[in-house]
Ligand binder design. Structure first.
Ligand code: DOR
Ligand code: ZN
Length: 344
């Protein structure tokens, strides 16, 4: 069995920089025509000038013969000036601004401590239609890790949209039935990305026979009832839900550690993982809209030309991949069976 779809895009991707960028970029470029590139580098990408340089480094690292368009984002801070938003909206390569609540995840130290401090920037984004991409978790250590998305909806997302009702918002990598319901009920200016790992796994995956760091990401995997709700959202007729892998490479040593880094590396076979989730739900007919149409439509960008084809065929995910400086990168599903293969 085969499925052919319009060439898809990845609306949430971590490409890193330098040698790591060179190692992972070909994987995404083989699968996706475009990607929204996260700005959580060290130091974070906070200006249009820095985003422009990062974009050039990405294009320089792209192997000959691969077509891939990086869509850049700015990292919102307490001090992001409204001017920078104006410059971003006027550029042809910055497509969104990312909100990391300070302390919520990898390289979020420079993130926002209080959204009230960003009101000028947010007002400008609302006026200009530049989307805010939201890591939707509170960082408060007193809040149970598994409740941080829910608490974020009540204490941050709803007040934000009350203050800026026309702000275009992408609730990134949603993980709960509550987030899916919130997005479905919100206005057309609110959408969400869903990762392959949150469609395929619930939190049990973290603990199968021992502690499994390669299944650890933020927001963390949730209960099965939430996974089911994400499947329902992704396979629904709604155009509000679209593909965003949140593929986040970390060297093997950073993952297999006493304090393991958050992030699942899925870019190597992202479409194959998503296809498995859609096939299991009996919803392959909805895959193209999720992977190739809804995101482009939300961002107001043209849908891609060309197609790619996946075939139902079993193969084994490599145990590890080459990464920066002799390090190795362990992909999600390493050494395990896959059901779909990208064939062209
Ligand atoms: O698991 C994650 N990894 N979640 C994030 O929000 C950041 C990402 C990363 O950059 O490694
Ligand atoms: Zn991310």
């Amino acid at each position: 069995m085969q499925i052919t779809i319009t060439r898809p895009d990845d609306w949430h991707l971590h490409l890193r920089d330098g040698a790591a960028l060179a190692a992972v970029l070909p994987h995404s470029a083989r699968q996706f025509a475009r990607a929204i590139v996260m700005p959580n580098l060290r130091p974070p990408v906070t200006t249009v000038a820095a985003a422009g340089k990062y974009r050039e480094r990405i294009l320089a690292a792209l192997p000959a013969g691969l077509n891939f368009e990086p869509l850049m984002t700015l990292y919102l801070t307490d001090n992001s000036p409204a001017d920078e938003i104006l410059r971003a909206a006027g550029s042809d390569f910055v497509k969104a601004v990312k909100l990391y609540p300070a302390g919520a995840t990898t390289n979020s130290n420079a993130g926002v401590t209080d959204l009230a401090k960003c009101d000028a920037a947010l007002g400008e984004m609302e006026k200009l239609g530049l989307p805010l991409l939201v890591h939707g978790e509170v960082a408060d250590p007193a809040i149970d890790l598994f409740d941080r998305e829910n608490v974020f909806i009540d204490t941050v997302m709803q007040p934000l949209l009350a203050r800026h009702p026309a702000l275009r918002v992408v609730f990134e990598h949603i993980t709960t039935k509550d987030a899916a319901a919130f997005v479905a009920a919100a206005g057309a200016n609110v959408a969400a990305t869903i990762t392959a790992h949150h469609l395929l796994y619930n939190r049990n995956a973290l603990f199968v026979g021992g502690l499994r760091p390669h299944y650890y990401c933020l927001p963390v995997l949730k209960r099965e009832v939430h996974r089911q709700a994400l499947i329902a959202a992704a396979t629904s007729a709604s155009g509000k839900f679209f593909l965003g892998t949140d593929s986040a490479p970390h060297a093997r040593g950073g993952k297999e550690a006493a304090c393991a880094c958050a992030g699942c590396y899925t870019a190597f076979a992202a479409l194959e993982l998503y296809a498995e989730a859609f096939a299991a739900a009996g919803a392959l007919d909805r895959f193209e809209a999720f992977a190739s149409f809804n995101g482009a439509d939300f961002y107001g960008l043209p849908r891609n030309a060309g197609t790619l084809t996946l075939e139902r065929r079993s193969w084994t995910m490599p145990d590890e991949l080459a990464y920066a400086d002799g390090d190795r990168l362990v992909p999600l599903r390493a050494g395990e069976a896959m059901q779909w293969k990208l064939i062209g």
